[in-house]
Design a protein around this ligand. Structure first.
Ligand code: SF4
Length: 392
């Protein structure tokens, strides 16, 4: 009897006609489409083991034999023979074992994520762009008193890992600098992340706030920002990443030009709108997915939760609680106890648990656990394959 024994670090993802092997150690992928090999790999009897029985046909057909040899040569596993199959645990052992008691997994995940993330939206356009019901602070000054109840909650404050303030045109929010100062003065042991456009940063900083030790900026730049301006900002302020929104082909060209002349981290961020959906899809090619390096933990979590949303709690200026900007409100923080609200979100949030296994066509795709978690854009457009991958 012949066996293919894959190393315990190798995930096997099955599609209808293809099988993907992914080794979390070497970060190598191998996409297999040979019919005979796919058949044998899909006939695994025991999901807890990475051991596959090889039929004799495989060794009679040279293409199939070559594929098996490649698996061995590329260090995904080894070929063995004998009356008793060897025992080699599979990475999915952990997932399958916990299927009937998901709470055990969740308890573990608390260590991995910030359980509470306060996101304050001060960008009025969000509601119209994404069609959500979120109330924003756009019509009034940002007032710390609106959030006081939040900061006075001892249970919440000991768990708070991150405060997110996002929006643009920060100049309009005259209370923002004071708001940040109060947060900083409270000596909260959490990250304060301010998502803003590069042009807004001087406005925030001229208010004499010691943000250097507290804030992490994700500043947005565009094709019109000058290289000198960007470099100066990067050196002056504690900016960890510049985000470059990509909407059009011209944006791609500007982004590439910037990368050539500037040596600081710039992350492209696709902004999907109805009119450019097909353009964005064209840009995502299979290599992007195959080259993303996933850890063992990320792959496991991709089978359970949406890493983009899980653990996030959005509180609007009126106190309404959201698990994400795309779900209805879960209540209001002013009349709901924070522990109850969190429990409610953990039990009933759709976005925290929106994974590719549950949406079409991703559920049949071999890349579903390597692919980035479902994004806001996909959620909004209800189109879950913003990629050009077909027939997997
Ligand atoms: S987005 Fe969906 S269909 Fe496209 S590669 Fe990822 S899992 Fe597959």
């Amino acid at each position: 009897m012949d066996y293919l024994v894959l190393f315990p670090t190798v995930f096997v993802e099955q599609g209808n006609t293809k099988v993907l092997l992914y080794n979390v150690d070497s970060k190598k992928t191998l996409l297999i489409s040979n019919e005979l090999v796919v058949r044998d790999l899909k006939a695994r009897k025991d999901n807890y083991l990475n051991v596959f029985h090889l039929s004799s046909d495989i060794f009679r057909v040279s293409e199939a034999k070559n594929v098996i040899q490649t698996i061995e040569n590329e260090c995904f596993g080894w070929i063995g023979s004998g009356a008793v199959p060897p025992i080699q645990p599979a990475p999915f052992l952990q997932i399958n074992a916990s299927k009937h008691s998901p709470t055990i997994v969740h308890q573990k995940e608390y260590d991995y994520f910030s359980l509470y993330e306060l996101s304050i939206c001060i960008k009025g356009e969000l509601s119209s762009t994404f069609g959500t019901v979120l109330t924003s602070c756009s019509q009034k000054e940002l007032n710390f008193n609106d959030f006081e109840y939040f900061f006075k909650n001892a249970y919440l404050m000991t768990n708070l890992k991150c405060i997110n303030i996002y929006g643009d045109d920060f100049k309009r929010y005259v209370g923002l600098a004071d708001f940040i100062r109060i947060i900083v003065n409270q000596s909260l042991k959490c990250n304060l992340i301010i998502h803003c456009r590069a042009t807004d940063i001087p406005i925030l900083c001229e208010k004499n706030i010691d943000i250097v030790n507290y804030c992490k900026f994700h500043a947005t730049i565009d094709g019109n920002s000058s290289v000198d301006f960007i470099s100066e900002l990067f050196q002056t302020y504690p900016i960890s990443t510049f985000v470059f929104p990509i909407r059009t082909r011209e944006d791609v060209a500007s982004y590439c030009r910037l990368l050539q002349v500037i040596n600081i981290p710039i992350r492209p961020c696709p902004i999907v709108m109805k009119r450019n959906k097909s353009f964005i899809k064209e840009q995502l090619i299979i290599d992007d997915i195959l080259h993303t390096k996933k850890t063992y933990k990320e792959i496991l979590l991709n089978t359970r939760i949406n890493l983009n949303y899980y653990g996030g709690m959005f509180i609007s200026s009126s106190g309404d609680i959201y698990a994400s900007l795309h779900e209805d409100s879960f209540g209001n923080i002013k009349n709901q106890n924070i522990e109850e609200a969190t429990y409610d979100l953990q039990k009933n949030s759709k976005s925290w648990y929106l994974i590719r296994d549950n949406v079409s066509p991703c559920q049949d795709c071999v890349f579903r656990h390597l692919c980035p978690p479902i994004s806001s854009y996909e959620f909004v457009f209800k189109t879950y394959n913003l990629c050009n991958i077909k027939n997997f």
